[in-house]
Design a protein around this ligand. Structure first.
Ligand code: HAM
Length: 417
């Protein structure tokens, strides 16, 4: 029988990669806390209906949702993104009754049944930041500054920030009519999906990547030319705040984002030099209509999610081959059948350092060879004679220096070094 392999599009994160993941997550949590954000964890399972409210025309919902009936007949989904769940938790957990805005961050797995490729997985991990309960432009700039600070802290300072405003329920409908009017005469020249989008979700015509649709974009009306007074003031305020924070951005009038819940500000961070939707390292925007779409009182919010898979891949590429970090500082090598004694020595040493024991029935020479491979800083050699006197030979691997040390003095010797 062939061995059972992992599910397509789903990966293991192996010990060698985990230092990068931990670094990316620690940096995210630290930046978020510096900005006064608190951690929240929401379930991986939500009612499909909650996710569908995010937008039926959204790919992540329409085509890519992991949806199933549980044993009780409830229609559930593995979350494709976290914002809908965080907004739900904000109301269910009564955070709406606390000080506003509620500043929240979350790490976790998301699931999308997309075609897997490098940087795009069916289970992937996000760092989410959400500020819920305020419409102030200051918060749009704040979450962008937070995202920027995080990416810089993990060593990815070479970035391109794209920014746009897609208006709100007041000004967008009139703009969409203008967009439809522009595209209708061109309909037969658009690719199949875009022909459908023309009536159902015309904004998505702007971020279509299919070559045959590209020539028409330049002549399309730009939403930032048709914002209502409030949206225009918000757009100007966000840009002013980013300028004041010395955060460079490019206005991309075609940036509309893949989820339907956005209003006003939308943004995406790309690695400097890269192009294309699938390379965004972090992206987000304002979602003032989302709470109401979920059936809660109308409440504004803004946030972003960073893709940890992509960020760690880029960190790895930047750092090159990471130096081998030994899993334990100290390796105890009993010479012969001394498991009880060796584990006691390990227990004593563990008060000071990380310690592993080689329990294999091998010769001391063979054990020394594995110790060299492992890269431990010290080896504690233990013979039956030494054990009887409660001493051991402590060997510093880099210098080869070896001294006899009573067991109880081992912690001090490996701490001070
Ligand atoms: P999103 O653009 O769908 O937005 O995803 C955010 C980030 O998650 C992307 O920029 C990318 O780095 C990463 N990502 C998305 N799909 C995949 C995938 N299949 N494999 C690997 N990484 C992926 C959202 O999810 C919104 N909820 C962001 C947000 C928060 N907006 C407001 N608050």
């Amino acid at each position: 029988m062939p061995p059972i392999k992992s599910v397509r599009g789903v990966r293991d994160i192996l010990p060698a990669d985990l230092p990068l993941w931990n670094a990316a997550e620690d940096a995210g949590a630290q930046v978020a806390r510096r900005f006064g954000y608190e951690e929240i964890r929401t379930p991986l399972l939500e009612h499909s209906e909650l996710i569908e409210r995010v937008g039926e025309d959204t790919d992540a919902v329409a085509k890519e949702l992991y949806r199933f009936d549980d044993r009780g007949g409830r229609n559930l989904a593995l979350r494709p993104e976290a914002t809908a769940g965080v907004v739900r938790a904000y109301f269910e957990g009564l955070l709406n009754q606390g000080p506003q805005p509620s500043r929240l961050y979350l790490f976790g797995a998301m699931f999308r049944y997309d075609r897997p490729q490098k940087g795009r997985y069916r289970q992937f991990f996000q760092f989410n930041v959400e500020a819920i309960g305020s419409a102030a432009a200051g918060l749009d700039a704040e979450v962008i500054e937070l995202a920027y600070g995080w990416l810089v802290d993990v060593g990815l300072a070479d970035l391109r920030l794209e920014l746009n405003s897609i208006g709100d329920g007041k000004c967008r409908p009139a703009y969409l009519e203008k967009l439809r009017a522009y595209y209708r005469p061109l309909k037969s020249q658009l690719h199949g999906d875009c022909q459908l989008r023309l009536e159902t979700n015309p904004l998505r015509l702007l971020d279509c990547k299919v070559p045959q649709c590209q020539p028409f974009k330049a002549g399309a009306p730009r939403i930032t030319d048709f914002l209502c007074d409030e949206c225009a003031a918000h757009w100007a305020a966000v840009r002013r705040l980013l300028d004041a924070a010395s955060i460079e951005y490019q206005h991309n009038p075609y940036l509309v984002r893949g989820l339907d819940y956005y209003t006003r500000t939308v943004f995406e961070f790309y690695p400097g030099g890269a192009t294309g939707q699938q390379d965004a390292l972090a992206s987000g925007g304002r979602y003032d209509g989302l709470a109401e779409a979920e059936g809660w009182p109308s409440t504004p919010g803004v946030g972003f999610a960073g893709g940890l898979d992509r960020v760690t891949e880029l960190m790895a590429a930047k750092r090159g081959e990471a130096p081998l970090r030994p899993p334990a500082d100290v390796l105890v090598l009993p010479d012969g059948d001394l498991a009880v004694e060796a584990s006691e020595v390990a227990r004593i040493c563990r008060t000071a350092r990380s310690v592993a024991v080689d329990y294999e029935p091998k010769s001391l020479r063979a054990k020394m060879r594995s110790a060299n491979k492992l890269g431990a800083r010290w080896v504690v050699l233990l013979s039956a004679e030494d054990a009887a006197r409660r001493v051991a030979q402590l060997r510093e691997m880099t210098t080869g220096e070896q001294t006899e040390v009573p067991w109880d003095e081992l912690p001090a010797r490996i701490t001070s070094a």
